[in-house]
Design a protein around this ligand. Sequence first.
Ligand code: NDP
Length: 434
Amino acid sequence: VRRNPHESEFHQAVKEIVESLVPVFAKHPHYMKHGILERIVEPERVITFRVPWVDDQGKVQVNRGFRVQFNSAIGPYKGGLRFHPSVSASIIKFLGFEQIFKNSLTGQPIGGGKGGSDFDPKGKSDGEVMRFTQSFMTELYRYIGPDVDVPAGDIGVGAREIGYMFGQYKRIRSGNEAGVLTGKSIVYGGSLTRTEATGYGCVYFVAEMLKSIGWSFAESTVVVSGSGNVSIYAIEKAQQFGAKVVACSDSNGYIYDPNGIKLETVKRLKEIERKRISEYVNEHPGSVYTEGCTGIWSIPCDIALPCATQNEIDDESAKLLVANGVKAIGEGANMPSTLEAIDVFLQNGVQFGPAKAANAGGVAVSALEMAQNSMRYSWTFHEVDDKLHHIMKDIYRNSVKAAEEYGYSGNLVVGANIAGFLKVADAMILQGVV
Ligand code: NDP
C-alpha cells in the first residue's frame, strides 16, 4: 500500500493471491529465500505514454496509454488492451498481475501483461477510433513484438480496434509480423474460435464444476451479466448445453426475459447496431428492462455468470444469489466478485469458478492463434474448440488437485492461484535473480 498508493484494485488482486499462497510458502520456504513474492508483485516494466489525436471537430484530444509488462518468466508478455474511461495504473496493474497466473494455468508458454487507455470508444466515429488507435500504436510499437509482448483485445477493444492497430504496426515496422497481436480478424491471421473462446471456455469450466455435484446446464436457469464479447458467447454455449438464460445487461441496465433470451436479437443490437440492451424489450413482448446493473443478481437462478466488469457482485448481491438457491458461479469477467462476495459463496457451499481459471479460455486461444501464426497454418473451428475444451478441463483438474494438495479441498480460488503460481515461481528461480 505504501509503495503503490491509491491503487485499490491492484491491492485487492494482490491480497487475494498472497493469502492463497500462505500454505505454499509454509511448505516450500525456498520461495521466500529467492524473493519470489517481492519480485512477483513488482512489474518488470510499466510504460505510460501520451496519446494525442484529432476529433471530428478538428479539436486535439489527449488520452493516456499504458502497458504493464508484468512477468516474462514463462513466455512473452501476453494480455489484452482495455479502452475505457475508468482505465488507470491501478486497473491495468491488477489485470496484468492476474494475467500472470491465468496464463500459467492455460499450460501455454505465455507471460503476463496488460495495457490500455482511458479513451472511450463509445459515441466516437470510425474515423476517430482509427485516428486514436493509430496514435496509440505509434508509441506502443516500440515495446511489443511476436516474441516480446503480444497484446489482444479487452473491454472496448474488439476486431475493429485490433485491425486498425495491426495496420499501423505493419506500416511502421514494415513486414508482416502476424503474431504481434491476437484477436485479429480471420481474414488476416486470426484464429477461428477466438471470438467465442472466453465465453465458451467459461461454460466448459462451469460444466466441470457442475459435474462434481451431479448437476448440469441442461434445464438450469442462468443469469449472465453484460452483453459484450464474453457474455454473448457464454449465453450461446449455455443455451447449446440446454440451459435457459433469462437475463443479461449492459452498463445502463438489465433485461429479464422469462421465455429465455433470444440471442440473435442481443447479437444484432450489440455487435452490429451498437445499441443499448434496453431496445431488446421493444422486440420481445413479455420481457422487462430495468435501469441499473446490480438488480440483475436478484433474479433467481441456478447458475450466475458475471461477464461484465470488476466488482459487479458485492456481498449483498452474493447473499441474494445464495438465498435464491444459486448452485454455481463462473466468473467470465475479471474480478467481478468482491473479496467479501467470494467469502459468501465459499461459506455457503456454492461452486465458485474464479476468473483466472474460468475465463482463461480467451487467452488460451490467443496462444493458439500465436502458434498458428508461427506455423503459417490455420486449424479448423472444431480443432480449436476441441483444444479449448481440453484446456478448460485441464485447468479445472489442476486447480482441484492443487487445492486438495495444500489442504483447501473444493476451494478453486486457492487451487487456481497455487497451480498458476508454482510454474511461474519455479521458472523465475531457474532463471536467476532478474
Ligand atoms: P465488452 O466491452 O465486449 O463487453 C463488456 C460488457 O459489460 C458490455 O455489455 C458493457 O456494457 C458491460 N459493462 C461494462 N461496464 C459495466 C458495468 N459497470 N456494469 C454492468 N455492465 C457493464 O468486454 P468483454 O466482453 O471483452 O470483457 C468483459 C469482461 O471479461 C472484462 O472484465 C474483461 O477483462 C474480461 N475478459 C475478457 C476476455 C475477452 O476475451 N474478451 C478474456 C478474459 C477476460 P456497455 O455495452 O454499456 O459498455
